[in-house]
Design a protein around this ligand. Sequence first.
Ligand code: XMP
Length: 504
Amino acid sequence: TIVVLDFGGQYTQLIARCVREAGVFTEIIPYNASLDRICGEHVKGIIFSGGPDSVYAEGSKHCDARVLECGIPILGICYGMQELTYQYHGEVGSACVSEFGHTAIHYDRHPLFQDVTAETVWMNHRDKVTVMPPGFTAIATTPDCPVAAFANEEKRQYGVQFHPEVKHSPQGDRIIRNFCYEICGCAGDWSMDNLGDVLIRQIQEQAGDSQVVCALSGGVDSSVAAVLVHKAIGERLTCIFVDHGLLRMHEADEVMAFYQAQLGMKIVKVDASQRFLNRLKGVSEPEEKRKIIGEEFMRVFEEEAVKINGDYLVQGTIYPDVIESGGENGAVIKSHHNVGGLPPNISFKGLIEPLRPLFKDEVRRLGESLGIPHKLVWRQPFPGPGLAIRVMGEITEEKLDIVRRTDWILREEVAKAGLDQEIWQYFTVMTGVQTVGVMGDARTYEYVVAVRAVTSRDAMTVEFAELPYELLKVLSTRMVNEVPGCSRVVYDITSKPPATIEWE
Ligand code: XMP
């Protein structure tokens, strides 16, 4: 194990991710945890994370000084390097020139920098080491930072002022890998399978013999979380699957077929379509739709959950949700999540959030290692309010039917063209606009359907996908021929920003 000691830095999870990618198990532990916890038997190395404070500021974070004497190799990153300096009575001063962004660097020959040929790193600091503590020597320099990295070979303690864990530091991951392999002697033979086992054990410890409830949406995150909990506690997990009538074609059946029939999970399926559609009648304002769906979802969920009398609630929160909702500190409930928060009228002992430290692609890899079919693991993101935000204006059965059928054709054709993993999201939008057409010598006046397909890494910025014209041609022909009520198909060629992915 490599312990990442968290001093409150914004990139702590990225450090953990780099370590995992090096095939080494890692655990993030708060800076003020007990000595036993930090320097446990299996710990081969400790990485001190960055942090927002100055080491001299009042109330700034310092670990137990004995951590430095336990003989386990330490790598301090940014604040972590300054913490080493502080603890050993070196000096940290404010840099006369703050360094932010790409910075040229010169590395000395050192096992930490083995095979690192890049000449820049990503800096993000105001303070720097001005006087190294006794026993430390500089092993890298930048124009404004003569001690961009230091080492104490006898103690096997190292520090870097830059951030090797961020993508903008080319080959930075190599430095973390070198620390794990060359300095700490880790083998790099850990994998996602091991992570599954560890998470399952943690869930067992947390849940004891309690009853646990989960809102299963069929989305990747809630599914992987539910499967993990199911593996951990079996029958004591009950999933509630709310069909709000705004799902895609065959979606509800697919979810039930796999999770209930194949995996044997206990699932209560609630068909609440009519309830949702009734409440949405006459509503056309997008935020109003979202609000109604969120509220109604909570109500339906609550009605079922009370019957189960569960002690814990499973949520598929993943790390980007934690960041989006305001960071590690504070009550964080995935605001975009289908559950939309905790049911107000049920008191749970707590939340089980096994995916909290993971990134989306890691969740997918974990899902595959748990045996969830490729198709389900690689599902594109689907919003909680479902097709409600893909039917512009008021929602009717007829419009839902048009968006469902055209979406089905789009998914079929994109998969046939082998593009389903390249495109982040692809769906159709029922625009609600009617246009004139001509079919079999007769005038038609029917709906325009828009195709939306985007590429992205994280949904924050997207570009429209450059679908081949051949594919577009097949789409429009099939949609107009096969879907009653659709007489024209357009392609949305807007990126985000300025447009969002969804139309509402
Ligand atoms: P936008 O449209 O904001 O979407 O560019 C970004 C990502 O979030 C999804 N999305 C939602 N997901 N509830 C959700 O669970 C929502 O209300 C919601 N709105 C958008 C969208 O599909 C895309 O992946």
